[in-house]
Design a protein around this ligand. Structure first.
Ligand code: MLC
Ligand code: AMP
Length: 506
């Protein structure tokens, strides 16, 4: 992957990143700092194939650490900053990273876990300080990139498992590179582009889709620590493109500064990670004149489909399979391909599709067909013109503000609470987050537990974004004749729960 990054550099003086404080990092600076960090990794005993787990705030240095891992042949393992120690314990135990890099404040808690699994810890804060960066100041910037084959691992990204245990998706150098090159061409990124980057960098979207595409185009980014509509609008005049989850667009639409003039210099707005409502697409076009380009992907597959750059970007669809990606819609039970227009399971195959789940060969086998197609768990259809639409999910998954939450993981925690008989987690339409995690709970007769107590009990156990926004108590959960909880009934019953919640922003 890094060879392609080098090949795209037109000049070491070309800008790569501009921070919100106005500091510019050139491609030369990128080579320098990623080289230093790669030397520190090597001196810390990180060998090719070793995992480097990273849970830090978004910063340019954190991105350089990712690039240093590519150069050192290490396997980059980014972790959402919101994960609690209880969650980290599992990830670190499963991946056994040689090195864990965390925020200084988290070091005391994490170092015990890291050591127990054979790793050491360095720190990195959001201002570029911490023990890792102290070591880089005396490190050599020259580093000979470790040669990697196309099928060698570049990263492991954990995605929550339907049965509760998170699975590490193993992504190879070629998975990342092939997708980055495809997206660069499909979306016409060149060295002249400047991308507004306001996404987190611990998931596929902000890390690979945004950053890798920019890197292989030799382009640059206006790098924000997080989503901030005021800042984004202030930057639009100097940017050419933005990538975001639907919540970004929903929130931008509430800002009086979103006008045709503000967006006049932009050539492209891209949305993904969750369904973009057709209403949002329409309203954005009315306000700015831009048709948001929606694409579809997942951690395991990188990007699969995209609306066209030229041609109709149809609201409510995710466009066509990307070049090199085969996509089919099948009967979920038999696996046989369905005719155009029919709804079924989406399966994909191509150089973008991951190598399998880390140390879970059975789960890997279960999600691939014999002919190499990966079963996405998304239900969709392809229309006469070839546009793909996602019409639902076969997997029991909630997507809130672009983050995935697997109900089982939350249900297990709630079911353990004193006074709780059982629970069901559902995703309920939410005006800001798209869907919101909602708990339907049956409590024991006379139990004093209430909504606040349930939410409070999850603090420290589950990341904040996984915690239910509402807890509803019921006498019993609806079940079918097989005894399975019928979540569809619950979703229908509570469909309007958040409908009247005003769209607020901090
Ligand atoms: C934050 N909170 C969330 C949340 N984000 N709760 C539910 N869902 C979310 N997505 C919590 C906060 O902890 C806070 O809790 C409260 O909600 C309000 O926070 P906020 O200030 O409104 O949130 P904000 O910081 O503005 O974040 C919202 C967001 C952010 C949408 C900007 O979540 C975000 O950047 N999402 C992008 C996720 C992403 O990159 N996904 C890509 C995955 S890759 P409290 O109660 O403590 O105040 C993938 C593949 C693909 O899916 O196809 O791309
Ligand atoms: P993740 O596991 O975080 O990578 O999330 C991947 C899932 O997000 C996919 O399997 C889809 O369910 C969903 N997703 C991503 N992009 C879109 C989109 N444009 N429309 C609908 N769902 C999407």
């Amino acid at each position: 992957m890094f060879d392609a990054v080098r090949a795209a550099i037109t000049s070491t003086k070309a800008p790569f990143i501009e921070t919100s404080e106005g500091r510019v990092w050139t491609y030369g600076d990128m080579l320098d700092l990623s080289g230093r960090i790669a030397n520190v990794l090597k001196d810390s005993g990180v060998k090719p194939g070793d995992r480097v787990a990273v849970q830090v705030e978004k910063s340019v240095e954190a991105l350089m650490l990712y690039l240093a891992c590519l150069r050192a042949g290490a396997v980059y393992l980014p972790l959402n900053i919101a994960y609690t120690l209880a969650e980290l314990d599992y990830f670190i135990g499963d991946a056994e990273p040689r090195l864990v890099i965390c925020a200084p404040a988290a070091e005391a808690g994490i170092s015990g876990i890291a050591k127990a699994h054979g790793g050491t810890v360095e720190t990195l804060d959001d201002l570029g300080g911490g023990s890792l960066m102290e070591k880089t100041s005396s490190a050599n910037a020259e580093f000979t990139d470790v040669a990697r084959a196309a099928g060698d691992l570049a990263a492991i990204l954990y995605t929550s498992g339907t049965t509760g245990r998170s699975k590490g998706a193993m992504l190879t150098h070629d998975n990342l590179l092939s997708n980055a090159l495809t997206l660069k061409d499909y979306w016409r990124f060149t060295a002249d582009d400047r991308l507004i980057h306001a996404l987190p960098i611990f998931h596929t979207h902000g890390l690979f889709v945004a950053t890798n595409t920019i890197l292989v185009a030799g382009a640059s980014m206006l790098f924000l620590p997080k989503f901030d509509p005021d800042r984004i609008l202030a930057l639009m005049g100097r940017a050419t493109a933005m990538m975001g989850v639907p919540t970004f667009y929903v929130r931008l639409l509430q800002h009086p500064g979103l006008t045709r003039e503000a967006a006049a210099g932009m050539r492209l707005f891209i949305s993904g990670s969750a369904p973009l409502l057709a209403d949002t697409h329409r309203a954005f076009r009315e306000h700015t004149g831009h048709a948001i380009l929606e694409r579809y992907g997942m951690t395991e597959t990188n990007m699969n489909t995209s609306n066209p750059y030229e041609g109709d970007r149809i609201a409510g669809t995710v466009g066509f399979p990307l070049p090199g990606v085969e996509l089919r819609v099948v009967d979920p039970d038999t696996g046989s391909e369905l005719p155009r227009g029919a709804t079924g399971m989406i399966e994909v195959k191509g150089p973008n599709v991951f190598k399998g789940y880390w140390r879970m060969p059975e789960k890997t086998r279960a999600e691939f067909r014999d002919d190499g197609f990966f079963v996405t768990g998304d239900l969709g259809q392809v229309d006469d013109r070839g546009y793909v639409s996602i019409v639902g999910r076969g997997k029991d998954l909630v997507i809130s503000g672009g983050y995935n939450i697997y109900p089982k993981e939350v249900e297990v925690e709630i079911d353990q609470l004193p006074g709780v008989v059982e629970s069901a987690i559902i995703g309920v339409p939410h005006p800001d987050f798209g869907e919101s995690v909602t708990a339907i709970v049956v409590k024991e007769d006379g139990a004093g537990i209430d909504e606040q107590a349930v939410i409070a009990a999850l603090d420290g156990r589950l990341a904040r974004f996984k915690q239910p926004k509402r807890v509803i108590f019921v006498d019993e959960l609806p079940r079918n004749t097989m005894g399975k909880v019928q979540k569809k009934i619950l979703r229908d019953d509570y469909a309007d729960l958040y409908a009247l919640v005003p769209q607020t922003r901090d």
